[in-house]
Unconditional design. Structure first.
Length: 136
C-alpha cells in the first residue's frame, strides 16, 4: 500500500464510518474481521498506514470513529492522539497499540481517549465490543 487511504469496505448508506490509522497489515485484518462480525455493510472501513494520510482524511470529514495505532513510521506515542484531536476534537478514538505501559494509558486517559486496547492482549470480540460501545 502506498502512503494513502484505502477504502476496504464500502458499507451501506447508514453505515458507521471508521478510519483505521495503522501501519501493520495484520492489525488491519484484525479490525476488518471485527467489523464484519456485525454484518456486511454495517461499517465503512478506511485504512491509512501513516498518521499524515489519516489526518488528511480526517480533515475531509465524514468519519464517525478513529481506530489509532500509537507507533507509526511518521509519528509515535501519545502525540499521534493529540494530532488526531487537533483536527477532530469531538470524534471518538479507540487506541489499538502494542504499547502496554501504564504511563501511556494514564496520559491518554487524561486526554479523553475513548478506549485503549493492547494488541496481543485482547480477544477478538473485545475490539468489536469496544467499537460498538464507543459508537453508541
Amino acid at each position: 500500500m502506498s502512503d494513502g487511504v484505502v477504502r476496504l469496505s464500502p458499507g451501506t448508506l447508514d453505515a458507521k464510518r471508521v478510519l483505521l490509522i495503522e501501519d501493520q497489515e495484520e492489525a488491519m485484518f484484525l479490525v476488518q474481521q471485527a467489523l464484519v462480525e456485525d454484518g456486511p455493510g454495517a461499517y465503512q472501513l478506511e485504512w491509512a498506514n501513516r498518521v499524515g494520510a489519516g489526518l488528511a482524511r480526517l480533515a475531509e470529514g465524514g468519519v464517525d470513529l478513529v481506530v489509532l495505532d500509537l507507533c507509526l513510521p511518521d509519528g509515535a506515542g501519545p502525540e499521534n492522539y493529540t494530532r488526531v484531536r487537533q483536527i477532530a476534537p469531538e470524534l471518538p478514538v479507540v487506541v489499538l497499540t502494542s504499547d502496554s505501559s501504564a504511563e501511556t494509558k494514564a496520559t491518554l486517559a487524561a486526554k479523553g481517549v475513548a478506549r485503549y486496547l493492547v494488541k496481543g492482549e485482547l480477544a477478538d470480540y473485545e475490539l468489536r465490543e469496544a467499537i460498538q460501545q464507543v459508537l453508541q
